[in-house]
Design a protein around this ligand. Structure first.
Ligand SMILES: [Zn+2]
Length: 258
């Protein structure tokens, strides 16, 4: 199905889009606080979202989906990488439109951390497969940024896509982050061999191994984010462009092992 791609939305691979919060924020960015929202198209018009953003951005996100020919009721499932407001505050809206909302079971206690609990339909565990719209996501519990942080692996149009949330950024010492867990979670997901890492505020679609190495090193040095969130928009645009060019050249030259 061909999809019109409105300004502000990035196509990552066939059927997978970064419907980010940035079109909703005034630019230049005095307050870049929106997390990335990803849309994966599945069966027919049905689709899933990975994270759905702040409540105050919901109208803008819904408008972008509308321009892509997707209504809120086509969203069959929203999976959350964790319950922070910039990722999950709009949960209730999509739930009311009929989407199944899913988050790791550790989010049941999210109220203990000074934020509202996410009202999810499903609390999953490590290793669970989440299915909707003809798509299957493998869930991995990856605590560190928060106790309920999770990653999801999806095979999409020949690419192995890892939704990583805020693993790799950001570490909040003294709040709900746990340094040891973060290091262990990075080691856990780097073994999955993803081609494209879709983060909560960043993308990595080039040399993924080099990225994990850099991240492991920076964690060892006590630096907890490789991403300057104020440049997140430019970073995502550039990475998406490079990744698509790389995938295209793979398709054109399948014998090329690089
Ligand atoms: Zn977060």
């Amino acid at each position: 199905m061909s999809t019109r791609i409105p300004e502000g939305v990035l196509e990552l691979v066939d059927g997978l889009y970064l419907v980010t919060g940035y079109p909703c924020d005034p630019r230049p960015v005095p307050d870049y606080s929106g997390a990335s929202v990803y849309l994966a198209r599945g069966r027919g018009k049905e689709c899933i979202l990975v994270d759905s953003g702040f409540r105050r951005f919901t109208d803008s996100i819904v408008d972008l989906l509308d321009q892509m020919g997707v209504t809120a009721s086509d969203v069959k499932m929203v999976v959350y990488t964790h319950g922070h407001g910039d990722h999950a505050e709009s949960c209730e809206y999509f739930r009311r439109q009929g989407a199944t909302t899913a988050i790791h079971e550790a989010a049941r206690n999210a109220g203990d951390w000074g934020r509202s609990p996410v009202r999810a339909d499903r609390f999953f565990r490590d290793g669970d497969v989440l299915e909707a719209a003809g798509l299957k996501l493998q869930a991995y519990h990856t605590p560190g940024h928060t106790p309920d942080s999770s990653c999801f692996l999806l095979d999409m149009a020949g690419s192995r896509v890892l939704f990583a949330g805020d693993l790799a950024g950001w570490y909040f010492p003294g709040r709900e982050s746990d340094y040891g867990q973060m290091v262990a979670s990075v080691e856990k997901v780097r073994k999955l061999g993803a081609d494209l890492i879709c983060g909560g505020h960043w993308l990595c679609g080039g040399d993924v191994d080099a990225y994990w190495d850099k991240l492991a090193k920076s964690l060892g040095e006590g630096i907890f984010s490789l991403v300057d969130r104020f440049n997140a928009t430019e970073h995502c645009e550039l990475t998406a462009k490079r990744f698509q060019a790389r995938q295209r050249s793979r398709v054109c030259h399948p014998e090329d092992p690089s």
